[in-house]
Structures are given as structure tokens and as C-alpha cells.
Design a protein around this ligand. Structure first.
Ligand code: PMM
Length: 270
């Protein structure tokens, strides 16, 4: 899943794709490089980010969704807002990627339920402005799983069929760097929840910290290592800025899996 952030302020590609033609050609380049899905977002969720207005988000996202969908591209839309989701579905989006997993907008679940779109339910506690102010868990894996399943249950109760739900542990959202690593270590727990799993580690700050303060554009190698790890756990998709490096990492993991080096349903065998 290749990312196009149509925002001035996303942490790694902010400001680069506000121009429509530039965003379109970036999306097409990612498809050529091996992406199966393009994830379009109009609101930055980096830690500390303030919210964008509904009108600005619609204006950033919908024209791009319409043009990509018209070309037959599988488009996902990264939004927490029901009116954006509705307009995106009308414009041809096939997936709504809601980082709040239904918690930010009370209308979201109904809008998705009334469509045939797939729905990414990401583990989420609060908006970006405050989410990194000392997140606490008794047991991060157990707590994230139980909170995520509560979000999943609400989606299913609202009428979204379970097979349309994709789960995401939400790396970097109300998580310390250590929390992210623990969740990644236990990716097999998420894989066993009975849904497709999406992982979004691309260029995130915990990788910068691991690499001695490396800037976002220098984190693609570390991201590829995590795409490899994710692929060993047979996740459905990784959400990434650098599609070609991640496709290669996934190809290697899949080839090794065919040799029996890994058990794709249950994680690494040794
Ligand atoms: N991370 C970001 C934005 N959207 N969506 C999902 N499903 N999972 C994520 O981990 C995720 C996301 C933040 O990264 P960005 O600013 O580079 O888009």
C-alpha cells in the first residue's frame, strides 16, 4: 500500500504532493514499483498535529481519488471523517483507512456499513495533538488487542461484515518507541485475530531513534527490514512511502517462506 499524503505537514512527505499532477504521477510511480493499493490522505496524523478543516480535507483528497479510481486503481482513503469517507466512496475508493477505527466520528461506521468498501480499523485512543503524552498500558499487547477488538466489534455491530474489516496495531499512535517494538515482536498475535492485518511502520520516529536520530528519508532500509518481518507473519499489507524497497523485501520473504523457513500462519518457526 503506497502512501500519498496530500498535506503540507506530514512528517516525511509533507508539502510534496499538494499539487494534483504531482500527486497523480507519484501514485502512478508507486503502482509501477509494485504497489497494489494507493492510500490517499489529506490530514496529517503526525504527533502534535492540529486538525485540518473538513473543506480542506475534501478538496485535497477527492479529486485525486476520482482520477485514480477512474484509471482502475484500488484506492484507500486515510480519513477519520464520515463526510470524507462518503465522498471518497462516491468517487470510487474501495477502502476507508480510519486511523481512529471508528472512534473519532460517530457517523463513520454507518457510512462504511452502507457501502461495500473495506474498512481499516486501527488501534487508536485519542487525537494526534495529545496522543504521545505518556501513553500507558498494563500489558501493551493484551491491551492493544482488547481495545482493537472492541473497535472491531463496534464496526461489525454497525453492519460492516467481518470479512471487510482489516486490523492495524497503530504503530506510533499512543505508543512509546518500546511499545512499537513489543507490538512488532508479537505480530503473530494480531495475525491470529481472524482478519487481514495492515502494518504502518514506514519511516516512523522509532526507526529514527534506533538509527541514531536519522531523518525520515534515511529510514527506508529499516522500514524494509520491518516489511520483511511483516511478510514473514503473512500480513495482508504494509503501508509505505518507499514502494520499490518494500516490494523487494516482501518478495524475498515470500521466496524464503516457500523454502519452509517460516510458518506464515504462526510466525517464525525458529
Ligand atoms: N500511520 C500514519 C497515517 N495513517 N494508517 C494506518 N492504517 N496505519 C498507520 O500506521 C498509519 C496510517 C502516519 O504516517 P504518515 O504521516 O507517514 O502517513
Amino acid at each position: 500500500m503506497g502512501i500519498v499524503n496530500v498535506t503540507p505537514d506530514s512528517f516525511s512527505d509533507g508539502g510534496r504532493y499538494l499539487n494534483h499532477e504531482r500527486a497523480l504521477s507519484h501514485a502512478r510511480g508507486m503502482l509501477t514499483a509494485g504497489a497494489s493499493i494507493v492510500d490517499v490522505g489529506g490530514e496529517s496524523t503526525r504527533p502534535g498535529a492540529e486538525r485540518v478543516s473538513l473543506d480542506d480535507e475534501l478538496a485535497r483528497v477527492i479529486p485525486l481519488v476520482r482520477d485514480l479510481a477512474a484509471d482502475g486503481v484500488a484506492v484507500s482513503v486515510d480519513t477519520m471523517r464520515a463526510p470524507v469517507a462518503r465522498a471518497a466512496i462516491d468517487a470510487g475508493a474501495k477502502i476507508i483507512n480510519d486511523v481512529s477505527g471508528g472512534l473519532a466520528d460517530p457517523e463513520m461506521l454507518t457510512v462504511v456499513a452502507d457501502s461495500s468498501a473495506d474498512y481499516v480499523v486501527m488501534h487508536w485512543r485519542e487525537h494526534s495533538a495529545t496522543m504521545q503524552q505518556g501513553p500507558r498500558y498494563d500489558d501493551v499487547v493484551a491491551d492493544v488487542v482488547s481495545e482493537l477488538l472492541a473497535q472491531r466489534d463496534a464496526a461489525v455491530e454497525a453492519g460492516i461484515a467481518p470479512e471487510r474489516v482489516i486490523l492495524d496495531p497503530g504503530l506510533g499512535f499512543s505508543k512509546t518507541w518500546d511499545h512499537n517494538w513489543t507490538l512488532l515482536r508479537h505480530l503473530n498475535v494480531f495475525q491470529k485475530l481472524g482478519h487481514r492485518v495492515l502494518v504502518g511502520a514506514s519511516r516512523k520516529a522509532f526507526l529514527g531513534e534506533l538509527l541514531g536520530g536519522r531523518e525520515p528519508l534515511g529510514r527506508d532500509g529499516a522500514t524494509a527490514a520491518l516489511s520483511f518481518w511483516s511478510a514473514l507473519h503473512d500480513v495482508w499489507a504494509v503501508r509505505t512511502h518507499d514502494v520499490s524497497g518494500q516490494s523487494d523485501a516482501i518478495a524475498v520473504a515470500r521466496r524464503l517462506a516457500r523454502e519452509g523457513a517460516v510458518d506464515l500462519s504462526g510466525g517464525v518457526t525458529h
